[in-house]
Design a protein around this ligand. Structure first.
Ligand code: PLP
Length: 298
């Protein structure tokens, strides 16, 4: 049987994990921040928040953007359940914008039409979650033009597309969104076992997501209600969750991330073989968006 997906673990990955197991910290140590910095730097985003899954990353992104009861979140109808569930966790209602049948991604024309209708009905969404289906970016420039017009916040569900490019820039730089999310589940491009990451260029959103992943707690005196009276003092500012990524996961992630280009190059090579082999058959090959380079998840 052809497997749906399989991770590629080499000796360096194993050594990196073993090194953490022998170290002082299994969680809340130095490797998670190193992983975050490496990804943020490579994709060109200011801040990265690593968590225990992309689902958690979507949840803290929605919460940090103030999604709540009475609000609407819109996403793509062809995606994994998590793209919609993050809205439900916050008590928001969920609706779907149809896709472009060529690329499988959210259709900007359908979005434009639906927004005009929603404006008339007085129920515009607070958050839009375009999905990078199969590793290719949606038409983010056109989507952002529309969301700016209506003052809607955007979370890119790029769970499939670390290593992809849009307009000659890496997916994840948040040029057209408030937050971009990657997944590191073993079927995705690189893995941490379970894991995810939220990227943003907005410092306020980054700080809030970092607190929400660890119970809503801060150790930063500037964010406390009173002078801390000792180094042990911390405050819980709001209700958060324990969504932390472990050091073990981050070590695997860093090691895998070093091979990202090789993984994506191999996927592109295989996609090229399919293009050649299928070209003379009466099939409709998935469409390529001008200026986008897929990382070919799926
Ligand atoms: C895999 C996936 C998720 C969830 O990722 P996890 O890391 O498993 O929580 C979310 N959205 C999409 C589109 C996915 O494919």
């Amino acid at each position: 049987m052809i497997p749906y997906g399989k991770q590629d673990i080499n000796q360096e990955d194993i050594d990196a994990v073993v090194q953490v197991l022998r170290s002082d910290f299994l969680t809340q140590g130095p490797v998670v921040p190193r992983f975050e910095e490496a990804v943020a730097e490579r994709v060109g985003a200011k801040h990265a928040i690593a968590v225990n899954s992309a689902t958690s990353a979507l949840h803290i992104a929605c919460a940090a953007l103030d999604l709540g009861p009475g609000d609407w979140l819109w996403t793509s109808p062809i995606t994994f359940v998590a793209s919609a569930n993050c809205g439900r966790y916050c008590g928001a209602k969920v609706d779907f914008v149809d896709i472009d049948p060529d690329t499988f991604n959210m259709c900007p024309d359908a979005l434009e039409h639906k927004l005009a209708e929603a404006e008339k009905a007085g129920r515009l969404p607070k958050i839009l979650v375009p999905v990078h289906m199969c590793g290719q970016s949606p038409d983010m420039a056109r989507i952002a033009e529309l969301t700016h017009r209506y003052d809607i916040r955007v979370i890119e569900d790029a769970s499939h597309s670390i290593g992809a490019e849009y307009q000659n820039r890496p997916v994840g730089d948040c040029s057209y969104s408030d937050v971009t999310v990657f997944s590191f589940h073993p079927v995705k491009i690189i893995t941490t076992g379970e894991g995810g990451l939220a990227l943003t260029n907005d410092e306020v959103v980054a700080t809030r997501m970092a607190e929400l992943r660890t119970h809503g707690i801060t150790r930063n005196p500037a964010r406390m209600s009173r002078e801390p009276d000792g180094p042990w003092y911390y405050e819980q500012r709001e209700l958060g969750w324990n969504y932390r990524m472990t050091e073990i996961q981050a070590a695997l992630g860093l090691s895998q991330f070093e091979r990202l280009e090789d993984f994506v190059a191999r996927r592109r090579e295989l996609a090229g073989h399919y293009d050649d082999a299928l070209t003379d058959l009466p099939l409709r090959i998935p469409g390529r968006l001008e200026g986008a380079r897929s990382s070919w998840h799926l």
